[in-house]
Design a protein around this ligand. Structure first.
Ligand SMILES: [Zn+2]
Ligand SMILES: [Zn+2]
Length: 62
């Protein structure tokens, strides 16, 4: 099934939800992501990466 990225509108098979804005984004729009203790995955999109507050929050997640 083809899905559409909520940030750039590209069609893709792979979407991940940005932890900060809640948008479903494609690989291109994903800035970085990390797994927290196997249970939680934190994703930040390129849109949220421009927001210093969100970056700080992302960095503080361990
Ligand atoms: Zn995208
Ligand atoms: Zn985002």
């Amino acid at each position: 099934m083809i899905k559409r990225c909520e940030r750039c509108s590209d069609e893709t098979h792979f979407l991940e939800k940005c932890t900060f804005c809640g948008k479903y984004i494609c690989r291109n729009c994903l800035h970085t992501a990390k797994n927290l203790e196997k249970i939680k995955r934190v994703v930040i999109c390129k849109g949220c990466f421009g927001d210093a507050k969100k970056i700080k929050e992302y960095d503080s997640m361990k």
